[in-house]
Design a protein around this ligand. Structure first.
Ligand code: PMP
Length: 361
């Protein structure tokens, strides 16, 4: 007997980058710097304490963690962020699924601009939300007039805009955030600025967090997976109006954030400065990588993130394969002909450069 699988899921492969065991891993925009022994010890102690109470369900409202995340985000916002304005879940992937569960759904539309993060259409599919995709300009920026027109025409209840964008690294200027937020409000929707890579942005690019006080329909999502070097812990979060957070409390599963996850995230927040200590090194290495790729005659998108999109290749698979054969794993993603490399340690980037020189046509 055939399974009663939803029609739209038939034949679909689960999303995910190939997990190959190669010495140089530059494919999923992780932070290459593992936590120090001091962080390991503090996290381990926090987990031990949480373990003593694992017979009980965790704090469903994760009050302490919300306060810790609000204090961290407050660094980027003049008036600060209140704990009630913060929401968290298992990775910003789950945060965004909650957003689509609350604000999408049958008869509603979610909209973004390609090339962009390939999970967005999946959140839409999984919540029965209609998916509409506009297009970015040749330099991967958003043409605000065209975007406004598309929003007015499609009237999405959710607009998803990563800044910096994945896979291109493109950040949104603040005036574009303001204009698109106004256009989305006009259409009755919420604008989600996905700032998974915000801490890597170049000097002079402000966070959309600054615009929260003026925009009740603005949602800014963040993650501890990238700059905080905590991808394995699965902790994503957002800041928005308390009304948005209260709506997400309705759709989340009870106790969705385990006591262990909460303990790990809180311990990590106590070491914020140390964990973020490698961000400047990574930004520097990113700029060096972009310059070097350009020196090789390649086209490289300007990047405010911890990766660079470069190309263009008649046969990008051949380049990717050639790097794999030399122990370097990057990502075959983005528009046809482009490849994306995450920024690793100086040694890893040297290995990437040496391998690429051997495989460039
Ligand atoms: N948003 C963007 C733009 C991303 O690139 C990623 C991860 N690759 C995420 C969100 C999700 O990250 P996480 O679930 O680890 O927070």
């Amino acid at each position: 007997m055939g399974l009663p699988l939803r029609e739209e899921l038939r034949g679909i492969e689960p999303y995910g980058a190939p997990q190959l065991d190669l010495p140089v891993q530059l494919n999923v925009n992780e932070n290459p710097y593992a936590p120090s022994e001091a962080v390991v010890a503090d996290v381990a102690q926090a987990v031990a304490e949480a373990t003593r109470r694992l017979n009980r369900y965790p704090d469903r409202e994760f009050v302490e963690l919300r306060a810790g995340l609000a204090a961290y985000l407050g660094r980027d916002v003049g008036g600060g962020v209140a704990p009630e304005q913060v929401w968290a879940a298992n990775g910003s992937n789950e945060v965004m699924l909650h957003l689509l569960q609350a604000f999408g759904g049958p008869g509603r539309t979610a909209l973004s601009f390609a090339p962009t993060y390939s999970m967005y259409p999946e959140y839409a599919r999984d919540t029965n939300t209609r998916w509409v995709v506009g297009h970015r300009a040749e330099d991967f920026a958003i043409d605000v007039d065209q975007a406004r027109a598309l929003i007015a025409q499609e009237r999405p209840s959710v607009v998803l805009l990563p800044s910096p964008n994945n896979p291109t690294g493109t950040a949104l200027p603040p005036e574009h955030v303001a204009a698109l937020c106004a256009a989305t409000a006009e259409a009755g929707g919420v604008l989600v600025v996905d700032e998974a890579y915000a801490e890597f942005r170049r000097a002079g690019t402000p966070s959309a967090l600054e615009q929260l006080p003026d925009n009740p329909n603005l949602v800014v999502t963040r993650t501890m997976s990238k700059a905080f070097a905590l991808a394995g812990a699965r902790l994503g979060y957002l800041a928005a109006s308390t009304e948005v957070c209260d709506a997400l409390r309705v759709v989340r599963l009870p106790y969705h954030l385990s006591a262990v996850t909460q303990a790990v995230a809180l311990a990590a927040l106590r070491h914020t400065d140390e964990l973020l200590g490698n961000v400047d090194t990574l930004r520097h290495e990113r700029d060096r990588t972009v310059d070097w790729l350009r020196e090789q005659g390649l086209t490289v998108a300007d990047s405010d993130a911890n990766f660079a999109l470069f190309g263009t290749f008649a046969d990008r698979r051949a380049i990717w394969d050639g790097l794999v054969a030399r122990g370097v794993l990057i990502r075959e993603t983005g528009p046809e002909g482009w490849l994306r490399v995450s920024i690793g340690t100086p040694d890893e980037m040297a290995a990437f450069r040496a391998a690429l020189l051997e495989v460039l046509p």
